[in-house]
Write a protein that binds this ligand. Structure first.
Ligand code: NAD
Length: 352
């Protein structure tokens, strides 16, 4: 076995249908007494119900979370937390809401208790993003890592099937790149393979029956593991491309990951054969790139960048941006094959 470094990230995880009932105990264990609740405008109802359940431990609901964490929203949320005298922030929602919690924690050190309701995995990472003047900056800081995460699959049954699928493939992308990461290690690879397996089995069942709690539990468990992979090891070309495309053309996060992933896997296929075998094994398929493409297509997810409104001119811009300071990748990132990759993703061709 090759020598390796494993960096375990601290977080307490409470998992299971109905686990939200332990919220008050978990806040107490954090040593907190006044929690603000963060959410998107769409999830205000859930956040308010949660605040009611907390009674005098709730310090207010801030329902302004939006995608990519604009600095102005982060500032408003920090002011809201300070005025409310909060000593803890609860983030109930997807990556956008967790991201807002992280922006508060980055400046104030307020502990975050995350209650994820999508499969994005942000709750398991010390990575934060902030957008200012249209530019998204990301960074790593342990202060933003949630201290406690409550995974309650009951809260995910309302996640629309289309978003469940793309969010699940977004999670698979973290694990896929974790398997061939430059700093991959055997422990994180175990989590990656198991995360892909759980999502590969759970997602088709969720698509057939969105209220199936067993399937929802499998997916949320898989998302947790995939998020932990994202938090532990470095990502490569796929995450770079999605960041570039999403940030430059304001594309929806999970859909962009869903469309791009099969093509990056095909690009890296020969450079990372062991990772590809493990992924294919987890998905019970012969080829990882085709299996991810088929998972998306068979259940009606978008498979072409042009479906998201990307234009041929945008592709050229994305190509130039991705070639500037590329991430480490198992196969060198070169103009001609990268151009071919982007064209295949643009057209939505099944990887050969
Ligand atoms: P999201 O948080 O933007 O949620 C999408 C929509 O779904 C929102 O309107 C939300 O309110 C709604 N929603 C969420 N859960 C729901 C549920 N159970 N039922 C009904 N509606 C629900 O989407 P996302 O894909 O989870 O997160 C994307 C964002 O997270 C991006 O900005 C991305 O960059 C970031 N992200 C960050 C990290 C990290 O490590 N920092 C990791 C992954 C994603």
């Amino acid at each position: 076995m090759d020598p390796f470094v494993y960096n375990g990230l601290p977080a307490r995880v409470i998992f299971g249908p109905g686990s939200l009932e332990h919220l008050a105990r978990e806040i107490e264990l954090l040593g907190a007494t006044r929690a603000i609740v963060l959410c998107t405008p769409q999830q205000r109802g859930d956040a308010e119900a949660l605040a009611t359940r907390l009674g005098n431990r709730a310090a207010g609901v801030f329902a302004e979370a939006v995608m990519h964490v604009p600095v102005e929203t982060a500032r408003q949320a920090r002011d809201f937390a300070a005025q409310a005298g909060a000593d803890c922030a609860i983030a109930i929602g997807g990556g956008s809401t967790t991201g807002l919690g992280k922006a508060i924690a980055l400046e104030t050190g307020l502990p975050i208790l995350a209650i994820p309701t999508t499969y994005a995995g942000s709750e398991m990472t010390p990575i934060y993003g902030l957008t200012e003047g249209g530019l998204k900056k990301t960074g790593r800081d342990l202060r933003v890592l949630p201290k406690t995460v409550i995974y309650d699959p009951l809260l995910t049954t309302s996640l629309p099937p289309a978003l469940s699928l793309t969010s699940g493939i977004n999670a698979i992308a973290h694990a896929a790149e974790g398997l061939y990461a430059q700093d991959a290690n055997p422990v994180v690879s175990l989590m990656a393979e198991e995360g892909i397996r759980a999502l590969g089995e759970g997602l088709p069942r969720v698509m057939n029956e969105p209220g199936n709690l067993e399937a929802r539990s499998d997916c949320l468990y898989g998302a947790w593991l995939c998020g932990a992979v994202l938090g532990s090891v470095g990502m490569a070309l796929h995450h770079k491309l999605c960041h570039t495309l999403g940030g430059s053309f304001n594309l929806p996060h999970a859909e962009t990951h869903t469309i791009v992933l099969p093509h990056v896997l095909a690009y890296n296929r020969d450079a990372a054969p062991l990772a590809m075998r493990r992924m294919a094994r987890a998905l019970r398929a012969d080829d990882a790139a085709q299996a991810v493409f088929d998972l998306a297509r068979e259940h009606g997810a978008p498979t072409a960048l042009k479906q998201l409104g990307v234009t041929a001119e945008n592709l050229q811009v994305a190509l130039e941006l991705a070639l500037k300071n590329p991430y480490w990748n198992p196969r060198p990132v070169e103009r001609a094959p990268l151009r071919a990759l982007l064209e295949a993703a643009f057209e939505g061709r099944r990887p050969a």
